[in-house]
Design a protein around this ligand. Structure first.
Ligand code: TXA
Ligand code: MG
Length: 327
C-alpha cells in the first residue's frame, strides 16, 4: 500500500486521519508531488508555497513554465491568505465552493511567481472531493495542481490513467475512484470585478454563473493570461488517434472502420460503436468522456465523436472536443 506509483487505499469513514492521507501530506511537506483525485480530474499536487516543489510539477508533466497552475484550498481563510478577494468573488465562492469553479484574483506574495507564471494574479479553487480536501487539511498547506497528465494529452479521470502515463515519476497516487464531473473546472477571472471573464468553460455552466451574478460574463477570444502559441494550445486535450466530430448520424462515412463515440446508446450498436451515456445525459457524458477517449485511443487510429448541444455543460464538452479535434 502506498508504494511508489501504487494507488493507496482510502478508508472514507476516517479519511483525514487515514494513513495514506498522512503519508501523502508528508510527501507534500517534504517538497515532492502526489497525484490526487478531485471532483473534476486527477491533479498532480505540490506544496503551493514551495517554488522547488512546484517546479517538479512542470518537469514531470513537461509543461511550459508560461502556463500557470491552480492553487487548491480547504477553506476561505486559506483562500484569503493567498489572494485579494473582492465582494463579488466572496459571493461566488460562498455559492459555488467547494466545487468545480476556479477564481482568478490578484495574488498575494506568499505564492511563488513560478506558480502564477509571473502574473500578478493567482487561480484558486476549493475542491469538494473528500480526498483532495483531506490532503490539504492534513498538510495544512494549499497545493498547486494541474491535471496529472503529460502536457497536451487528455486529463486523467481515473487513478489508472495517472499510473499508466506518469506512474514511474510520482511517489504516490491517491485512489479516489472515477472523477464525478470528468472535465476541468470552470475558470472565471474577477481580478477586475467589474469585468468578469470566463477563461475556461467547465462543469459549472456559463448560464448558471450569469444567473447568479446577474450579469453577462465576457468570453475572451484567448485566455489573456495564457500566452501560449496557438499551435501548442491546439494540441491540448488531444488523443493520438485522428479525432473528428459529427452532429448527425448521416455524417458518418459508410464503412467507417474507426471508433464511433455516440452521446447515447445507438439503436443497433456495432462492434466499433461506443456511447457516453445510456440516454445522452450530459453530466454522464462529461464524466465518461476522457475515459472513453483514452480507451478508444488505445485500439483505434481514427475516432469519430458526436457533439452535444452547445448549452450548459455541453458548451464545456464541445470546447474540449474541438481542441481534441485540432492537431
Ligand atoms: O479542474 C481543474 O481545474 C484541475 C484540477 C486538478 O483542479 N486542474 C486543471 O489545471 O485543470 P490545469 O493546469 O490543467 O489548468 C490550469 C489553467 C491554466 O492552463 C490557465 O489557463 C489557467 O488555469 N490559469 C491558471 N492560473 C491563471 C491565472 N493567474 N490567470 C489566468 N488563468 C490562469
Ligand atoms: Mg491540464
Amino acid at each position: 500500500m502506498g508504494l511508489k506509483g501504487d494507488n493507496a487505499f482510502i478508508n472514507p469513514s476516517n479519511i483525514e486521519l487515514s494513513e495514506d492521507i498522512l503519508k501523502a501530506a508528508r510527501i507534500i511537506l517534504d517538497g515532492d508531488c502526489v497525484a490526487v483525485p478531485t471532483e473534476t480530474v486527477y491533479g498532480l499536487a505540490a506544496n503551493a508555497f514551495s517554488e522547488n516543489a512546484c517546479r517538479k510539477i512542470f518537469e514531470i508533466k513537461n509543461r511550459p513554465f508560461i502556463d500557470p497552475l491552480i492553487v487548491h484550498v480547504s477553506d476561505m481563510a486559506m483562500a484569503e491568505s493567498i489572494a485579494c478577494f473582492n465582494d463579488k468573488a466572496r459571493r461566488l465562492a460562498a455559492k459555488f465552493w467547494p466545487g468545480p469553479m476556479t477564481i482568478v484574483l490578484k495574488k498575494k506574495d506568499v505564492i511563488p511567481d513560478l506558480v502564477s507564471a509571473n502574473l500578478d494574479t493567482v487561480a484558486i479553487r476549493m475542491p469538494s472531493h473528500k480526498v483532495a480536501h483531506a490532503l490539504i487539511v492534513a498538510s495544512k498547506v494549499p497545493f498547486a495542481a494541474p491535471s496529472a497528465n503529460p502536457f497536451g494529452y487528455v486529463s486523467p479521470t481515473k487513478a489508472e490513467h495517472v499510473r499508466a502515463q506518469l506512474g514511474d515519476k510520482i511517489k504516490l497516487i491517491l485512489e479516489g475512484g472515477q472523477c464525478d464531473r470528468g472535465l476541468e473546472s470552470t475558470i472565471i477571472s474577477l481580478a477586475d470585478p467589474n469585468r468578469p471573464l470566463l477563461l475556461r468553460f467547465g462543469p459549472l455552466a456559463r448560464e448558471e454563473l450569469e444567473a447568479f451574478l446577474g450579469e453577462k460574463v465576457i468570453v475572451p477570444e484567448k485566455n489573456p493570461a495564457q500566452p501560449i502559441a496557438p499551435g501548442m494550445m491546439k494540441s491540448h486535450y488531444s488523443p493520438k488517434a485522428n479525432f473528428r466530430l459529427f452532429e448527425n448520424e448521416s455524417e458518418i462515412p459508410e464503412n467507417f472502420d474507426g471508433a464511433i463515440i455516440f452521446l447515447k446508446r445507438p439503436q443497433s450498436p456495432k462492434n466499433n460503436h461506443f456511447w457516453l451515456s445510456e440516454n445522452g445525459n450530459l453530466a454522464e457524458v462529461a464524466k465518461n468522456l476522457y475515459d472513453l477517449m483514452r480507451n478508444c485511443d488505445k485500439r483505434y487510429s481514427k475516432i469519430l465523436c458526436q457533439k452535444p448541444e452547445n448549452s450548459g455543460v455541453g458548451a464545456a464538452i464541445n470546447d474540449r472536443l474541438m481542441r481534441a479535434s485540432k492537431k
